[in-house]
Structures are given as C-alpha cells and as structure tokens.
Ligand binder design. Structure first.
Ligand code: KIV
Ligand code: ZN
Length: 497
C-alpha cells in the first residue's frame, strides 16, 4: 500500500467556520484526539493572526508529540518570524507559507504582477528554510490559476527549498476531473516534482471537496488537507473521515492512510461538541443516520446479512453498531427484532400482525417510534419491559442561579427518589437520575432539534450515553425540552439497565 498523508486543518481552516471559535484548552483537547487518530500533520493555527492563535500553536507544540505541528503564514518575513517563535517547542515542525496565484488574487487582492508573486513566493520559501527543514508552500486559489503559471510557481518554490507543495481549490470551483487534470499536469510538467509531496486542499462550495481531493490523489497527490466533519471556511473542507474511508473501502487503489479509523466517530463527536457545530444526520461516515436503516426492505436485508446494505462496518469507524430506526417505512422484520429486544415473545405471528398494523397507523402520524410507543401498542406490561420509568419530575430554576430537580423513578419496579442541583434544569435532572441509579455513565452527545417553529414547538432530543465502553442511544420528543432530555437519557439507560 502506498501512503497518503493526512494533514489535518480542523484547528486552522476548520476553526475559520463561522461561529466555531475554540479556546486554547479546547484546541489542545482536539489536537490530542487528532494525535490518537493518527493524523500526520496538525495545522495548529495562523500565529500572526491573533495572540490566541499564537498561544494555541505554542501550547499544542508542547502538548502533542507525534504528528508534525504546522503553522500558517503569508509570504511575509514578519509572519514567518512569528510562526518560528510559536513553533519553538514542537519536536517536528512545519511552516506553511504561500500566496494567491490566480489572476483574481494577483489583480484584485495584491494589485501586482505574476512576476512579483513569483519573487515573493521564492523569497518566503528561502527565508522559512533558514529556520525549519520542512516548508510547505500553498498556491492560494490554485483551482482557478492558469496551469502554465501554476507550474512555473511550483517549480520555482521547489528550487527554493519547499518540501511539500499545496494546490488548494480555495473557492471550491473545480470539477473533480479538472482538478485531477491539474495535478496530472503538474506531475508531468514541473521539474523536481517527484522530490516533493504534492498536497491537495479542497473546499466544498459546490459539494465536491472530497471528490476533488480524491481525483487529486488518483493523479499523484500524496497529502490531503482536510478537517474532521468537513468543517471549515464557508461550506467547509474535504472531510477527513470521507477521504480515509474511500481509500480504506477501495483497497484495490493500493493507497492507505495512517488513520486509526476506529477513533473517527469519537473524534467527530468531540469536534462537533466543542465547536458547537452539529453534524448533519445524513453526513457520510459520521452522521447519526450513517448506519441507520429505515426502510422495510433495507432493514430486512441488513438483519439477514449486513453487507446487503452496508459498505462500512460501523465498528471500523467506532460507531457502536448499525441502528434500526422504526418509521412508517419499516417492515415486520425490524419490528419483530425490536419486540424481541423488549422481551416480547414473537412466536405468535397473528399477534405480531396485529401489533404491526397498529404500529403503521402510529408511524403515519409520528416520525420516530420509540420503545415506549412499541410497549404501548403491544399492550405489554410497561413495568415488566422498561426497567426505569419516570413517576414524578419537578424542576425549579432562577435566572443566573442554577436549578433544582426532584425526580421519582420506578427502577425495576421499586420506587426511588432524589433531589439534585445543577447549573440548569437539564443538568439538575440528569444529576438526580444519576444519584438514583448510582451508575457510572457519561453523556457523550446531546442534540436538541425543533420540529417546527414557535414557542409551543416539539423539541426532539437525541443523546448518546457511554457506559462500560458501550455507546447507547436515546431519543425523545416533547414540547417540554427538559422532560424530553431526561426521557432521552432514560431511553438510553433502558438499553443497558
Ligand atoms: O483554501 C486555501 O487556499 C487555504 C490556504 C491558506 C492553504 O486555506
Ligand atoms: Zn482553505
């Protein structure tokens, strides 16, 4: 297998996403996770841009050993000086310097000439090489740069000492085949190109970032710049999990990354939580629905043999298991499996038929059917099925003063109660629940989505709870989002209690 290097820019380009600011501590946390994920390079920031970015590069350089730590600069000596200073504690370091090479950038941003751009590029690479042996050069807006001029720049920076050359499709404009041809053109027309690593950095403005990066790799690029969950400026960057899984699934390409794929989902959750950036449900590889089978035909197939509808084993990316979601399109096979899990004897096919017809009626009105719904329509004894149920729940909160929750539960038939304080009503309710159950579990993901608009809207809550190394999913929906949150937690707890 030939190696494709993963250059992660979640902490630099990813953090440029609107509303995704991270503190230094959060960046260190993510950088640590990226190290465990096995990325080759971490672009830790753009040190000259702010004291916060400078400090993050310093602290990440101290805290994370293993991947190369990289700092971004413009083609300015003063930027490079600051980057060198920020990287002083890194064991393996890289300076990523560059300039716009398209006529749009040359004419409108720099108001200069191609010749001058070439001069600044060469000067910066030479200057950076005085401080570090590993210098990457980016040709900003290479996607819209004339190939002949691009080749001239790339050849000149290689001669000046660049070790990696980055070809970004900064505006996400290129078609995948065009981008692949650009890389092939450079491979065929630049002296010294085989002595450096050619890198691709694609943006997702037209939804083609991963396709373009893949075409780049197919045509000779051996480094992909990407972000976890595809976060990044505007519509984002190539998603790390997508490019890695493409190469892993298509082994015949003879290409692979060093990514520890079973850490993908947990890193995705960490980035999503810390960046306050929910992952869309149908996002490839890491979306909540990526391994959920909803239609009857698919569910039947997956229950018989997973590979009928699954090309990735969920465990390979650290997703717990495939998830069968009961909806109006579900068939008897999925319903029977759920009934069995709930402890219902499904040997009587007439009884299953009758539950199924009630289920379809309910599913026509409701997007998701919960275990509580199944229990209700099958007429089974709730207490016998759900180990934990809410009997009473009260919360009181005061502005800026936290909250108190009182909770009475039925746990395997016996009544238990607790009162807890928290920094908000959900926190207090979950603390009361934990107090009653006395079980060591952690909330991994917590998403609330409104169904409609308006203050009387239903809030759908989705939670992931970690218990004994297993992830358990809980859903609930209610116009009272505190109650819905508690119910979703209990829904997850009921899977392992
Ligand atoms: O998209 C881009 O061109 C960039 C460069 C700064 C590498 O992010
Ligand atoms: Zn970018």
């Amino acid at each position: 297998m030939e190696r494709v290097y993963i250059f992660d820019t979640t902490l630099r380009d990813g953090e440029q996403a609107a509303g995704c600011h991270l503190s230094t501590v959060e960046k260190i946390q993510i950088a640590g996770a990226l190290g465990r994920l096995g990325v080759d390079v971490i672009e830790a920031g753009f040190p000259v841009s702010s004291p916060g970015d400078f400090n993050s590069v310093v602290e990440i350089s101290k805290a994370v050993k293993g991947p190369v730590i990289c700092a971004l600069t413009r083609c300015l000596k003063s930027d490079i000086d600051v980057a060198v200073e920020a990287l002083r504690y890194a064991s393996e370091k890289r300076i990523h310097t560059g300039i716009g090479t398209s006529d749009y950038h040359i004419k409108y941003k720099f108001e200069t000439t191609r010749k001058e751009i070439l001069r600044r590029a060469v000067e910066s690479v030479r200057y950076a090489r005085r401080f570090v042996p590993d210098v990457e050069f980016y040709c900003e807006d290479a996607g819209r740069t004339d190939n002949q001029f691009l080749a001239e720049v790339v050849e000149a920076v290689i001669k000046a000492g660049a070790t990696v050359v980055n070809i970004p499709d900064t505006t996400g404009y290129c078609l995948p085949n065009e981008f692949g041809e650009k890389i092939a053109y450079l491979k065929g027309n630049v002296k010294g190109i085989d002595n450096v690593i050619l890198s691709v950095h694609c943006h997702n403005d037209l939804g083609m970032a991963t396709a373009c990066a893949f075409e780049g790799v197919r045509n000779g690029a051996r480094q992909v710049e990407c972000t976890v969950n595809g976060v990044g400026e505007r519509a984002g960057n190539t998603a790390m999990e997508e490019i890695c899984m493409i190469l892993k699934c298509h082994k015949n390409l003879g290409l692979d990354t060093g990514i520890v794929t079973r850490n993908i989902v947990k890193t995705s959750h960490l980035v999503s939580n810390l960046m306050n950036s929910p992952v869309q449900a149908n996002k490839a590889v890491v979306g909540r629905n990526a391994f959920s089978h909803s239609s009857g035909i698919h569910q039947d197939g997956v229950l018989k043999h997973k590979e009928t509808y699954e090309i990735i084993d969920p465990k390979d990316v650290g997703a717990d298991k495939s998830n069968i979601v009961l909806t109006a399109r579900s068939g008897r096979a999925a319903l029977k499996t759920r009934l069995k899990r709930l402890g219902v004897d499904v040997s009587d096919s007439k009884m299953v038929d009758s539950i199924y017809s009630k289920f379809l009626k309910l599913a026509d009105r409701q997007t998701y059917i919960t275990d509580d719904d199944i229990v209700a329509i099958s007429g089974i004894d709730h207490n016998a099925v759900m180990a934990v149920q809410i009997l009473e729940h009260k919360v009181s909160s005061a502005l800026g003063d936290g909250a108190v929750a009182y909770l009475k539960l039925s746990v395997k038939g016996s009544e238990k109660e607790a009162t807890a304080v928290g920094n908000g009503p959900v926190d207090a309710s979950i603390k009361a629940l934990k107090q009653i159950l006395g079980v060591d579990m952690t909330l991994q993901e917590f998403t609330i989505q409104s169904v409609d608009r308006g203050s009387d809207d239903i809030g759908k809550v989705y939670m992931q709870v970690l218990y004994n190394d297993g992830l358990y999913y809980g859903f609930s929906a209610s116009s009272d989002i505190v109650l819905a949150s508690l119910q979703a937690y209990i829904d997850a707890v009921n899977q392992f209690i």
